[in-house]
Design a protein around this ligand. Sequence first.
Ligand SMILES: NC(=O)c1ccc[n+]([C@@H]2O[C@H](COP(=O)([O-])OP(=O)(O)OC[C@H]3O[C@@H](n4cnc5c(N)ncnc54)[C@H](OP(=O)(O)O)[C@@H]3O)[C@@H](O)[C@H]2O)c1
Length: 254
Amino acid sequence: MSVVLVTGGTGQVGRALLPLLHGAGHDVRVASRTPERSARTPGQLVEVDLVTGDGLASALAGVDVVVHLATTNGRRDEEMMRTLIAGVESRPEKEPAHVIYLSIVGSDRIPLPYYRHKTAAEELALRSGLPVTVLRSTQFHSLVERLFSAQHRLPVLLVPAIALQPIDVPEVAARLAELVGQGPSGRVADIGGPETLQVGDLARLWQRLRGRHRPQVPLRLPGRTFAAYRDGEQLVPGPPFGRTTFGEFLAREG
Ligand SMILES: NC(=O)c1ccc[n+]([C@@H]2O[C@H](COP(=O)([O-])OP(=O)(O)OC[C@H]3O[C@@H](n4cnc5c(N)ncnc54)[C@H](OP(=O)(O)O)[C@@H]3O)[C@@H](O)[C@H]2O)c1
């Protein structure tokens, strides 16, 4: 069994991953900038800021695997990866820690600024010479729900005219737990949810299950980002990994 440090362990994927790691018998450490606010998180909480590097050296002491899930949803993801790699490289331990990074399907093909930083972070990891694993996932069901619920002030529901293949967070966590046990694997196969649906269809399902009745307005935008989505760069071809549908997620989350 391993000593595993989970950065972003207080986030949505982290919270789903921690019980799986405990269940597999690992010794789990959870990095957070504000451990006092996350007192109910299972595992040993350690105070770490991956932008400044504060607390990282002691958090990494004796660690075999780092599951790096912390995100700023922006350019600082690249900086955080740089800080993490430097921290792992400067440890006194002879064996380098295995770094597992969760990224996004199509991050190198969809020219969104956030995706550029995700791709840069992936490349930093893959070129570091450390034992690494990089997993890309499609959008989470929770993100799709937020896309709709965030529009609560609008009289209509704007639905980008593209397809998505959302996945359930516990299934992403399950794959990460598998990768912890598997050892360094480089870039592994992308994972996506069980259904590829037009956002309009996902929105209709959401409206039905959440009792909303707004007219849906399809959104088409000029530019390379929308074109990449329209071309399906956010999707994973082949047999799906995830099994939980968006409808099942909505029913479960009530
Ligand atoms: N959302 C999606 O649809 C999707 C799809 C594919 C991949 N992903 C990727 O999945 C990963 C996990 O996402 P998530 O939704 O679980 O994240 P999340 O819920 O937004 O949580 C973000 C985490 O990052 C930590 N964090 C932020 N800034 C930090 C810093 N400076 N130092 C240390 N920790 C910091 C936070 O911890 P504290 O606040 O406790 O410090 C928090 O636990 C991300 O890399 C994301 O890009 C997301």
